[in-house]
Design a protein around this ligand. Structure first.
Ligand code: CMC
Length: 433
C-alpha cells in the first residue's frame, strides 16, 4: 500500500485529544483512511453497517468505477474481455494476474478439462435430496460436500492444495450444476465430454441425453461463455466478502466456496436474476406491456414493498457495463433462436425505457444491472428459472477462489472479526422466586 501525501485528523468535541490517521492510495479509486489503530488509541470503534464506507481489504483483482460504469478484471475492461477472450482465459487472468500465452492457455484448458468428472459417490449424496429441492440448496450441499471427497486439497495454508482445489472447483462446478438439474427433471446425468469447450460441455451435460448425439449451437455456446465471463468476479460483494470471512478462519477452500454459494442465493444478490424473471412473468400474466405503468406506480410506492428487480446497484450509479453486454447477447440469442418477438424481452425493454425517464429512478441513479437481461437469455437457452443463480455461482466460483487465495497469501491477513455497538441490557442478575 502506498502512503498518500496527506493524513486524516480525527478530533472530538469533548476535548479528548485528536489523533492522526494514515491515508493510503490505490492505483485508481478513492483513498482509504487506515483506522486499524483507532480502538487502541481512542477506545472507540467505527460504525458502518452494510460497509457503506469501509474497504475490508486491499485487492489487485477487480476494479469498479460506479460513476463511470466501468468494470476491470486485472486492469482489462470487461467489454474487451467479453469480446476477445473466453471464460477460461478470464479464469486464468483472475487467478494469475495476466492473460495466458498460447502454451499457458493450452496447459490451463487441459488441466481444467482433466478434472471435470466428480467422484462417482457424489451422485448417491445427491440422491438424498428431494427431486423438487431448489438447485441452490442442492449446490450448497454438493460444493460443501466436495471437502469430504478431496481430502488431499483441503489445507488452505498450503499453496499446492489451494492450486489443486481451485482447478477442481472451476472444473467440477458445471458438472455439479448440470447434475442438480438432471436430478430435478429425472434424467440420467451426462458425463463431461473433454473434446468440447467449457461452455459447450456444460450445455451438453445440461441438455444432452444418452439416446442421441448433442450438437452444440455456436451462438448459444458463445452466449453461455459470455454469461460466465460477465459473472466471473465483482470485487468485494456480499458473497465474495462471505468467502473471505469464512476462509479467514482457516477452513478448507470447498467449505469457504460453499458459504459463497449460500450467500449468493439471496434475491438482493445472485437470486435477483430469478426474481427478475419471475417479476417479468408476473407482469406478463397481468396483461404485459399495457400494465407496465401500473406496475411502476407500485414500485415507486414505498409501502408496497415491490422493487424493480434487476435494477439498482450498491456501486454502479451509472449503467452496469455488464447489462449492456448482456442486452447485446440477448439480441443475438433471440435472433438465432427465432425468438425476436419474445414478449418478455419487449416487456423488459419497455420497463427499462420508462425507468430511465422517470424521476424516481433518475434521481436515485437506478439503472439496469446484469440480472435484468441475463434471465431472458437463459430462459431462451432453455435453462429453468430456478437454475439461474446456480449458473451465476458456477461462473463466480473463480472470482471467489482468486479473492480467497489473494487473502491467504497476504502476510497481513487476520481472521475477520467485526465489532459492534451494544444496545442490549447492561449486566443484571436473575431474581429468584
Ligand atoms: N426498485 C425500486 N427502488 C429501488 C431499487 C429497485 N430495484 N433499488 C433501490 N431502490 C431505491 C431504494 O428504495 C432507496 O430509496 P430511498 O432513498 O428513497 O430510500 C434508493 O433506491 C437507494 O437504494 P438502497 O436500497 O439504499 O441501495 P443499496 O445499495 O442498499 O441496494 C440493491 C442495492 C442492489 C440491493 C438494490 O438496488 C436492490 O434491491 N435491487 C433489486 C435487486 C437486484 O437487482 N439485485 C442485483 C444486484 S446486481 C447482481 C449482484 O451483484 O448480485
Amino acid at each position: 500500500m502506498k502512503l498518500a501525501d496527506n493524513k486524516a485528523t480525527l478530533s472530538f468535541s469533548n476535548g479528548s485529544p485528536s489523533i492522526e490517521l494514515p491515508v493510503y492510495q490505490g492505483t485508481i479509486g478513492p483513498d482509504v483512511i487506515d483506522i486499524r489503530k483507532l480502538y487502541a488509541q481512542t477506545d472507540k470503534f467505527t460504525y458502518d453497517p452494510g460497509f457503506l464506507s469501509t474497504a475490508s481489504c486491499q485487492s489487485a483483482i477487480t476494479y469498479i468505477d460506479g460513476d463511470k460504469g466501468e468494470l476491470l478484471y486485472r486492469g482489462y475492461p470487461i467489454e474487451q474481455l467479453a469480446t476477445n477472450c473466453n471464460y477460461l482465459d478470464t479464469c486464468y487472468l483472475l487467478l494469475n494476474g495476466e492473460l495466458p500465452n498460447a502454451q499457458q492457455k493450452a496447459d490451463f484448458e487441459n488441466l481444467v478439462t482433466k478434472h471435470t468428472m466428480v467422484n462417482e459417490q457424489m451422485q448417491f449424496f445427491l440422491r438424498g435430496f428431494r427431486r423438487d429441492a431448489h438447485p441452490m440448496a442442492v449446490l450448497t450441499g454438493l460444493v460443501g460436500g466436495l471437502s469430504a471427497f478431496y481430502h488431499d486439497s483441503t489445507d488452505i495454508n498450503n499453496p499446492e492444495h489451494r492450486q489443486i482445489s481451485a482447478i477442481r472447483l472451476i472444473a467440477k462446478m458445471p458438472t455439479l450444476v448440470a447434475m442438480a438439474y438432471k436430478y430435478g427433471v429425472g434424467q440420467p446425468y451426462q458425463y463431461p465430454q473433454n473434446n468440447l469447450s467449457y461452455a459447450g460441455n456444460f450445455l451438453r451435460m445440461m441438455f444432452g441425453n444418452p439416446c442421441e448425439e448433442y450438437q452444440v449451437n455456436p451462438v448459444i455456446e458463445r452466449a453461455m461463455d459470455r454469461i460466465f465471463i460477465l459473472h466471473a468476479d465483482h470485487e468485494q460483494n456480499a458473497s465474495t466478502s462471505t468467502v473471505r470471512l469464512c476462509g479467514s478462519s482457516g477452513t478448507n477452500p470447498f467449505a469457504a466456496i460453499a458459504a459463497g454459494v449460500a450467500c449468493l442465493w439471496g434475491p438482493a444478490h445472485g437470486g435477483a436474476n430469478e426474481a427478475c424473471l419471475n417479476m417479468l412473468e408476473d407482469i406478463q400474466r397481468m396483461g404485459g406491456v399495457a400494465k407496465v405503468g401500473e406496475f411502476m406506480e407500485k414500485v415507486k410506492d414505498k409501502s408496497s414493498g415491490v422493487k424493480l428487480m434487476g435494477f439498482g446497484h450498491r456501486v454502479y450509479k451509472n449503467y452496469d457495463p455488464r447489462a449492456k453486454l448482456m442486452q447485446e447477447t440477448c439480441n443475438e440469442v433471440l435472433a438465432a433462436l427465432g425468438l425476436e418477438k419474445d414478449p418478455l424481452f419487449a416487456l423488459a425493454k419497455q420497463l427499462e425505457k420508462i425507468a430511465l425517464e422517470d424521476d424516481y429512478f433518475v434521481s436515485r441513479k437506478l439503472y439496469p444491472n446484469v440480472d435484468f437481461y441475463s434471465g431472458i437469455v437463459q430462459r431462451a437457452i432453455g435453462i429453468p428459472v430456478n437454475l439461474f443463480t446456480g449458473i451465476f455461482a458456477l461462473a463466480r466460483t473463480v472470482g471467489w477462489i482468486a479473492q480467497l487465495n489473494e487473502m491467504i497469501s497476504d502476510p497481513e491477513y487476520k481472521i475477520g472479526r467485526p465489532r459492534q455497538l451494544y444496545t442490549g441490557s447492561p449486566r443484571r442478575d436473575i431474581v429468584k422466586g
